[in-house]
Design a protein around this ligand. Structure first.
Ligand code: ZN
Length: 147
């Protein structure tokens, strides 16, 4: 029995290493939506969907060259956009998060440039940024499971 002990020790070390490296609940990344994750998604989706529904109000202001309302809309109702979108993005599957985050960043970038265009009264640029923002917003929402 005595001479098997070292071998047993090595085996136990290998098993222990493997358990630490390959197991443990902390390292398990869900690849599909579980009811628990969907609950989180469901919690944060309405706040973002509300802003998406109101988004076309911007189009009307741009058409009317109502730059003051474009700006107050971006800083008012859409002021919550970043926080809400980021919170929702964090509930998505790990595999979708890089794309969600880059679409969200794009969306904020377009809104910042739309804001700038409004300051300078550039209608064509404003219209382009509006449409690009909308495209990125919808692409982001396409990553969100319907709940
Ligand atoms: Zn874009």
């Amino acid at each position: 029995m005595g001479r098997f002990r070292p071998v047993l020790g090595i085996l136990l070390a290998i098993v222990a290493t493997c358990l630490i490296a390959c197991g443990g609940p902390a390292t398990k990344i869900p690849t599909t939506y579980t009811p628990e994750i969907l609950q989180q998604v469901e919690l944060y989706t309405p706040g973002v969907a509300t802003l998406r529904d109101r988004f076309p109000e911007l189009e009307g202001y741009i058409q009317d060259q109502d730059w003051r309302n474009v700006q107050s809309f971006i800083h008012g109702p859409m002021g919550e956009l970043r926080t809400r979108v980021n919170r929702l993005a964090a509930t998505l599957l790990t595999k979708d998060q890089p794309q969600a985050e880059s679409l969200a960043k794009e969306l904020y970038g377009h809104l910042e440039r739309l804001d700038e265009a409004a300051v300078n009264g550039q209608q064509v640029v404003a219209g382009q940024e509006y449409r690009n923002a909308l495209d990125d917003f919808d692409a982001f929402l396409n990553l969100v499971p319907a709940v």
